[in-house]
Design a protein around this ligand. Sequence first.
Ligand code: ATP
Length: 123
Amino acid sequence: MEEKHKFSIVDRIKSFKYAFNGLKLFFINDHNGRVHFFAAIAAIALSFYLNLSSLEWITILSVISAVFVAEILNSAIEKLADVVSPNYHPKIKIVKDLAAAAVLVAAFLALMAGAIIFLPKLF
Ligand SMILES: Nc1ncnc2c1ncn2[C@@H]1O[C@H](COP(=O)(O)OP(=O)(O)OP(=O)(O)O)[C@@H](O)[C@H]1O
């Protein structure tokens, strides 16, 4: 049976603190995190420059978020896998490749959305 904890605002604030610490770790230590961060800044700057509509803004921000979510989860899975199996293991290969595939799918979606929205406005 799951133990019931009393609701605590302090615990909720702590959860935010841990989540922001995760974001900091991701953007500072993760090379892919830094690349995606600068790509997101470039896409947002271009969106301001091209004066996107509300719906276009929502699309761009959604695909950027999807890439970050996939990349952060991929990074977490990689870290966990490295602890579980520091040595080569065929199942760890599958786990890591699947996590990487999630990033690929999100990045492809972002690329398509960016091309559909930006290209006609640029050329
Ligand atoms: N312990 C392991 N066992 C089996 N295969 C592994 C293992 N570690 C890595 N691999 C293989 O190497 C690939 C790259 O793994 P790695 O953890 O270096 O990810 P990466 O994408 O290069 O990470 P980073 O985000 O640090 O650049 C994995 O997708 C997997 O195919």
